[in-house]
Write a protein that binds this ligand. Structure first.
Ligand SMILES: [Zn+2]
Length: 411
């Protein structure tokens, strides 16, 4: 009886079978767990606000004098493909989705980083717009850095997608198309290998970073103009060897093709000031460079060095303020558009099989034109995403807000 009472008491008090001890332990574990979670949340919060602060700091610094000072182009290949798919699918419909706007929207949401969720984020905003739930202008209106990313990404991708005319057979008639009109820098059918080598260290001349993308192949591989533009530089440079520099018509991109073939580096007769069309053969792969003496093969591996520089202000063209972007994801994306070429018999030259024509409108907004230009350009080119950071700034300065014709109101 005594014993039974003790057991009953123990059961009542939960000390029997050690329940109370376990419950206490469980309770303290629960509290510890909650504390850990709270501190994790706090840490995430701190990191989030720190990152937001960093992003804000970078963007503010990046746009200090009215033009963009810095761009980290981190858009992933997968995100580019998804955004491009929506752009193509909706072309010619009421709700044409501009791929650059989709990418800028996702970047503005996430401070310019493109993780695995970026593709899903693009899908979410695109489907919301297509379902009539919102417009890009409305959705982006809440994102402070959307104008920055839109202008930055427009500078990178502005010449890639649009209307063009191309032959479907050699010498045949031109057919109107809409889509990717920029090409891979290596001609179709010529093998190459590459990896993301942007920013790795280089030591020729001085310790520096690799500001481009190397594509390894064979001597003589035809090099293709990625985008149409004007030849701005052609000749020897001690780093790049025989090289060609081509400026896009909107003057925002400078394409740099280097280490071209010894003795016969360029397409015949190509010279500074010439206009080239996207997909055209401009030169031939080699391994010249790393020498102050011209026409020297001083680079071990035969490759094309392909670089893309962004220019928002002419002061950024040469010197300490140059902006070179990582173009690995870009070249992966361009792989779907390779220019087919044929050998010109009896010469060392190759030529493209199918000619292309495109409208080469000058960029309608030059910053000084302010909002009126943007407004006009939106009417004339409603699909081009022509709202720029300069426009937003001009709007803000004029106090006219969204009346300027910029999307939404200035941040
Ligand atoms: Zn290189």
């Amino acid at each position: 009886m005594e014993k039974n009472v003790a057991v009953w008491r123990a059961m009542r008090d939960d000390t029997y079978f050690g329940f109370a001890g376990r419950r206490k332990k469980r309770r303290s574990r629960l509290i510890a767990g909650i504390l850990v979670e709270l501190s994790l949340l706090l840490a995430v919060g701190v990191i989030f606000f720190y990152e937001q602060g960093q992003t804000a700091g970078r963007v503010v610094e990046a746009t200090a004098d009215g033009y963009i000072k810095w761009v980290d182009f981190n858009v992933s290949y997968e995100a580019m493909c998804k955004a491009y798919e929506y752009d193509i699918e909706t072309y010619g419909t009421q709700n044409h989705l501009n791929w650059i706007e989709l990418l800028a929207y996702v970047a503005a949401q996430r401070g310019g980083s493109f993780g695995v969720s970026a593709v899903e984020d693009i899908r979410t905003i695109a489907e919301r717009i297509l379902a009539g739930g919102t417009t890009m202008e409305e959705a982006a209106g809440d994102l402070k850095y959307y104008p920055y990313y839109l202008e930055a990404y427009s500078a990178v991708l502005g010449g890639f997608v649009g209307e063009y005319e191309i032959q479907e057979t050699a010498g045949g008639a031109y057919v109107k198309k809409y889509g990717l009109k920029a090409f891979l820098p290596i001609a179709k059918g010529f093998p190459y290998s590459d990896y993301d080598d942007f920013g790795v260290s280089r030591s020729y001349g001085y310790q520096r970073q690799h500001l481009g993308h190397d594509m390894m192949g064979q001597v003589g591989t035809p090099i293709i103009a990625v985008e149409s533009g004007t030849v701005e530089a052609l000749g020897w440079n001690q780093y790049g060897g025989w090289r060609i520099g081509i400026r896009s018509f909107d003057r925002k991109r400078y394409y740099y093709y280097a280490h071209l073939r010894q003795n016969y580096p360029y397409q015949e007769n190509l010279k500074v000031g010439d206009t080239v069309t996207a997909g055209e053969v401009i030169g031939y792969m080699g391994h010249t460079g790393y020498s102050t003496t011209e026409n020297v093969n001083n680079i071990d591996q035969v490759h094309l060095h392909f670089g893309v520089q962004l220019i928002f202000d002419e002061s950024q063209k040469e010197g300490n303020n140059e902006i070179w972007i990582d173009c690995y994801a870009l070249t992966r994306f361009l792989y779907q558009n390779r220019s087919a070429v044929h050998k010109v018999e009896g010469t060392k030259e190759w030529k493209r099989d199918l000619d292309m024509r495109e409208q080469t409108e000058e960029s309608p907004v030059d910053g000084s034109g302010g909002c009126t230009g943007a407004s006009e350009s939106r009417e004339r080119f409603p699909l081009q995403g022509s709202v720029t950071f300069s426009c937003w700034r001009a709007c803000a300065a004029s106090g006219r807000g969204s009346a300027c014709g910029c999307a939404g109101s200035p941040a």
